[in-house]
Design a protein. Structure first.
Length: 423
């Protein structure tokens, strides 16, 4: 198909500028003003909506193969498209767990058949994500975004050192879920004011930052490219900031829910339960400071759908995980960019540029490049309604919240994969 996207506002480092975009044969042909539609092209008037390169999320759970009652690659990637994402990295806590090329290929075949956006799978660090023996990292390396045992921390220091050495040899990233099981003590929300006042068992911050501190030491020792998943604690920010100053090859991510909520906002509802948990106001402030000073490199959703029954058991007994692909941009734009806390340029680095540099994928919005782009209405508020989601999951702490930043259109390889009604 050929398209002419008229009257867009393209975001650049100098701000927004009016443009038309001509798309043909999957690529951006021209980015200019006053373009005329080529023969056979479909013209779409964007009415001065914002145009961005498609976002990159390095941490999502698409649940297939193995758990398609929660999500499928089709529904999860459609949710990504509705959220403005062009590239997502799929976590390996699946069945079969991708700890060999044979197991990974099961997932890759479904991706090739069903994905609406670019999906890059992770391979597991250890066999069965059990932390006892390395997965076949060498065989999987050419086909993975990196290696992770997400959902579980690698408990053994010796095993993590071995994994980092192998990842270094292969030129791949270790993306670590950092969690010391010995410190969990049956907790399921942050060990803070809400837990104490409501009789809940808390998860201490050290269960996260203690393992981060260990891994940073190992990354410095091995020279491994190390990425820390979903940081939530102020101490985690401090340790990573210090490691970067020493020259350790480390990047990290946090999620929108950690940037908007604190444990003071918790409700007795499974839609506020995820791992790591939403922590204190001081932790949230430290995360925002980490965004501003460059300590935190990426915003990732940790999109983790579950069935309604699994999320309907209250704060204590519901499964860990919330959905986030369809609200991420709007949540951060509304709560950080609109109030002037975070610049739009920095947000684009957090949602696209930094992940592209670190993981090696992501598509610039330039002439000659694949047409992987997204269009947002930044001016009209809307109320988050999970029943309108493309994901099969419905549990989100943003339900019922008024946000700015509605995704109107997402294009992948020059084809429209999401379009809001009325466009």
């Amino acid at each position: 198909m050929k398209y002419l996207l008229k009257n867009g506002l393209l975001f650049t480092k100098d701000g927004f500028r009016p443009v038309d975009l001509s798309v043909a044969e999957g690529r951006i042909i021209s980015v200019a003003g006053g373009l005329e539609a080529a023969a056979g092209a479909v013209a779409i008037d964007l009415h001065h909506a914002a145009v961005f390169p498609g976002f990159v999320d390095v941490h999502v759970h698409l649940r297939e193969p193995g758990f398609s009652y929660k999500e499928t690659i089709r529904t999860g990637s459609l949710a990504a498209a509705r959220g403005g994402y062009a590239h997502v990295c799929a976590m390996p806590n699946l069945n079969p767990i991708p700890d060999s090329l044979e197991a990974l290929n099961v997932q890759r075949e479904i991706i090739a058949r069903d994905a609406a956006v670019h999906v890059h799978p992770y391979g597991a660090i250890t066999r069965g994500e059990r932390g006892e023996a390395l997965a076949d990292m060498e065989a999987m390396a050419p086909y993975t975004a990196g290696f992770s045992d997400d959902g579980r921390g690698v408990q053994s220091e010796a095993m993590m050192r071995e994994a980092m050495g192998e990842a270094k040899r292969l030129g791949k990233i270790i993306a670590a879920h950092c969690e010391d099981n010995s410190l969990l003590r049956g907790g399921y929300i942050h060990d803070g004011d809400y837990a104490r006042s409501h009789g809940h068992r808390g998860i201490c911050s050290e269960s996260e930052w203690g393992q981060i501190a260990r891994d940073l030491r190992l990354a410095e020792e091995t020279g491994c490219a190390y990425h820390v998943c979903h940081i939530s604690a102020k101490e985690s920010v401090d340790f990573i900031r210090q490691a970067k100053a020493r020259g350790v090859d480390v990047t990290c991510e946090t999620g929108p829910h950690y940037l908007v909520f604190s444990d003071q906002d918790l409700q007795e509802d499974g839609r506020f339960k995820m791992n790591p948990p939403i922590r204190s106001r001081e932790d949230r402030a430290a995360l925002i400071e980490g965004l501003l000073d460059g300590t935190i490199d990426m915003i990732a959703t940790d999109h983790a759908p579950h069935s309604a029954e699994e999320k309907g058991r209250g704060l204590e007994k519901s499964a860990m995980g919330v959905v986030g692909l369809e609200t991420a941009f709007a949540a951060v734009y509304t709560h950080l960019v609109k109030p002037g806390i975070l610049s739009m340029e920095r947000l684009m680095a957090l949602l696209n540029g930094n992940a592209a540099k670190r993981f090696g994928f992501g598509t610039p919005l330039e002439e000659g490049q694949p047409a992987d782009l997204t269009v947002f209405d930044l001016d009209k508020p809307y109320v988050v309604d999970p029943e309108r989601f493309q994901t099969m999951g419905r549990a989100t702490p943003f339900a019922g919240m008024e946000l700015y930043g509605l995704c109107l259109l997402t294009m992948i390889n020059g084809e429209i994969v999401w379009k809001e009604d009325g466009i």
